[in-house]
Design a protein around this ligand. Structure first.
Ligand code: GH3
Ligand code: MG
Ligand code: MG
Ligand code: MG
Ligand code: MG
Length: 311
């Protein structure tokens, strides 16, 4: 059995001395006080693993004291009541306010030692449970982050985009606000990979992603990786006129990156094509249909010669 920090409250000095002696003998660290008020005063600083509380004390009695503690401190510390009264109703009441056990005085030292063992066992199990819960919460948080993130670019992934788009459709539908979806596809990226290699290709996607993140970092703007070398930007409260500006802004930002592309058929640096749709949702739109619509515009941009956008 491990050492416990035990806090005793009893108004009778001889009782305190007797209990303290028994518990110190068992190897515990003991502090004793003579009233409820005193116990409350040193409670936080002492950080007890166990409370031994006398029921009959002047001013605040033990039951009231434990009632206060159970309401004031969220973390559970085991409480054993001590009393000269062997009355079933008082025992029931003591357990009801949050006591874990009840010993009738005079306390037999062998029984006291056995009770300490039981309490220490429960305390250990409780610590393990708390530890496990904390670990699970951490894992949960990590998994949730991973579930929504594309590992290569650390942008939002398709799953998160779908979820946000569904949310935005409902929200904009309700508020009669325009929503914009931009779909971006890198031009001649297969040729980029073929001539500069896949590693360079990956680096290029990372560069593009951080550029997207910087370009669309205001609230109500979300960019994510739709798949492969295709990215989506969702812009809240954005109509077609504004969407044209956003597409132009993105085109400029990517042109400023000036990523060399030795085998592009239209430029000596990396370019992208974009399709964008802007509309006021009814709230009933299906994500799949919207992607199809914006994809059609993207392919018009490709057909028209790439390095441009179609809205
Ligand atoms: P287009 O202008 O018509 O879009 O031509 P494209 O070559 O970009 O189009 P295509 O769809 O034929 O090729 C896309 C390429 O993107 C093919 C694929 O190897 C590459 N790609 C997709 N995902 C990744 C990735 O994670 N890393 C790298 N390096 N390449 C990728
Ligand atoms: Mg007393
Ligand atoms: Mg593509
Ligand atoms: Mg492409
Ligand atoms: Mg293609």
């Amino acid at each position: 059995m491990g050492m416990m920090r035990i806090l005793i409250a009893d108004d009778v000095a001889s009782e305190r001395l007797y209990l303290a002696a028994c518990l110190t003998n068992l190897g515990h660290h003991v502090k004793s006080v003579s009233s409820a008020a005193e116990l409350l005063k040193c409670y936080s600083a002492f950080q007890p693993d166990l409370l031994l509380v006398d029921i009959e004390m002047p001013q605040q009695n033990g039951i009231e004291l434990v009632h206060t503690i159970r309401h004031q401190y969220p973390e559970w510390v085991p409480v054993i009541f001590l009393s000269g009264i062997n009355d079933p109703h008082i025992i029931a009441k003591a357990i009801d306010v949050g006591g874990d056990d009840y010993l009738v005085k005079p306390v037999n030292p062998i029984i006291l030692a056995a009770k300490m063992q039981a309490m220490s066992r429960i305390a250990v199990m409780r610590q393990r449970l708390e530890h496990t819960t904390t670990q699970l919460q951490k894992v949960n948080k990590l998994l949730l982050e991973q579930a929504n993130k594309d590992p290569l670019t650390t942008l939002a992934n398709r799953r998160y985009l779908d979820q946000k788009l569904t949310e935005f459709i409902a929200l904009h539908g309700r508020n009669n606000l325009p929503l914009t979806i931009i779909l971006l596809d890198v031009d001649f990226f297969k040729l980029f990979n073929d001539y500069q290699g896949h590693i360079e290709g990956d680096n290029c996607l990372k560069l593009l992603s951080s550029c997207l993140k910087k370009t669309f970092n205001r609230s109500g703007e979300i960019c994510g990786r739709y798949g492969g070398e295709e990215f989506i930007i969702l812009i809240c409260n954005c109509n077609e006129k504004q969407a044209i500006k956003e597409c132009q802004r993105l085109k400029n930002a990517i042109s400023k990156l000036a990523i060399p592309h030795s085998h592009s058929l239209i430029s000596d640096q990396l370019t992208v094509s974009q399709g964008a749709i802007s509309w006021v949702p009814t709230g009933l739109e299906l994500v799949e249909h919207l992607y199809q619509a914006v994809d059609t515009l993207l392919y018009q941009a490709k057909d028209n010669g790439r390095d441009q956008f179609v809205t």
